[in-house]
Design a protein around this ligand. Structure first.
Ligand SMILES: [Zn+2]
Length: 337
């Protein structure tokens, strides 16, 4: 009798899993139209602006997600300390980069408003915490950034903690997305859910501008794109965590800030040279950490803001309470500069 139960239960479990995967495969997303990249730097050239642009960068903590240990950092690394062998609540950040004359570029969109848990149960599930008004659009509405000011949206990659707020941002500001064709291929793939890309966050129609033919070789960054054409905001490829992952180098009058996004989730990824345990390419992820390391050696007073380092954000007001202590929180408010 027990054998029959096992067979019936096994068949039921198998069918459920197949249904789940089938549903995930068939889930549609919005229409994606690819258009020519709008170079914002054309105006800059005309204005003759230099590299001392008075860029204004604001970071928004949109909430916190509970990230599995092996996604944050490779659990098999022999040098991994015990303290990093645990899941962690980590912040989900979005940035608004405002140029004095060329408008605003949004880097990542953070978590959506309301219920922000996501995933495909029981395969993976990401618990999330936010507070009313902590999503990007609600926070933008409290500033003087208007929808028409937003020229581009640049997702570092398309995991849920980075694009959860994309739908509401697209409803607020009709801006094109800048991305690589590697990211676009992942987004369009039927198996996107297997790469951690949630279809239900991509229901809006999107205008996409591809970076691939616009890269310029930079001695430190490799292939990079100068968003405003004056060196103030450069994005560059740091693949490995996902194909087509992007990081950003922001140069203001006072200093240069590297936004690693998930090329280094935590400061420990950087300090210990250990990439994420969940990568599209481990080798690419190691090479991306090397690029970051080289930048830190070559740029004076480089400030590195990691993708999800809790200690950099726990002292910021206006976010939900978290269960991690801060020893070296760098920011007294949510203004980077
Ligand atoms: Zn992330």
């Amino acid at each position: 009798m027990q054998v029959i139960y096992k067979i019936v239960f096994g068949a039921f479990a198998g069918l459920s899993l197949m249904t789940l995967v089938g549903c995930a495969l068939l889930r549609p997303i919005g229409t994606i139209s690819v258009q020519e990249l709008t170079d914002l730097d054309t105006e800059t050239s005309r204005l003759g602006m230099g590299t001392d642009t008075d860029l204004d960068v604001t970071a928004y903590v949109t909430g916190w997600v509970k990230a599995p240990a092996d996604i944050l950092i490779d659990q098999k690394a022999p040098t991994l300390p015990e303290s990093l062998k645990r899941d962690q609540w980590v912040p989900s950040i979005a940035y608004a980069v405002r140029h004095p004359t060329l408008g605003v570029v949004i880097l990542d969109t953070g978590l959506r408003a309301g219920d922000c848990d996501y995933g495909t149960r029981p395969i993976y599930w990401v618990p999330c915490r936010n507070t009313p008004g902590s999503d990007l659009v609600s926070q933008l509405k409290q500033t003087d950034i208007l929808p028409q000011d937003i020229r581009h949206i640049i997702p570092s990659h398309f995991h849920g903690d980075h694009i959860s707020g994309l739908e509401s941002l697209l409803a607020y500001a009709d801006a094109p997305l800048l991305m690589t064709s590697a990211s676009l291929d992942e987004v369009r793939s039927r198996t996107r859910f297997a790469a951690g890309i949630p279809s239900n966050m991509l229901l809006s129609d999107m205008r996409v501008e591809l970076l691939d033919t616009h890269w310029k070789e930079d001695s430190w960054l490799g292939e990079s794109y100068d968003v405003f054409g004056d060196g103030s905001l450069k994005i560059f490829q740091t693949g490995g965590h996902t194909d087509g992952h992007l990081s950003a180098l922001v140069t203001t009058r006072s200093r240069t800030t590297l936004l690693t996004f998930d090329a280094a989730h935590l400061q420990a990824n950087f300090d210990l040279s250990i990439p994420s345990g969940s990568t599209a390419s481990h080798q690419d992820a190691v090479e991306s950490l090397d690029i970051i390391k080289q930048l830190s050696l070559n740029i004076a007073r480089l400030r590195i803001v990691y993708g999800h380092e809790p200690t950099q954000w726990v002292c910021i007001e206006g976010t939900t309470k978290i269960d991690l202590m801060s020893e070296n929180c760098e920011f007294s408010n949510n203004e980077l500069e």
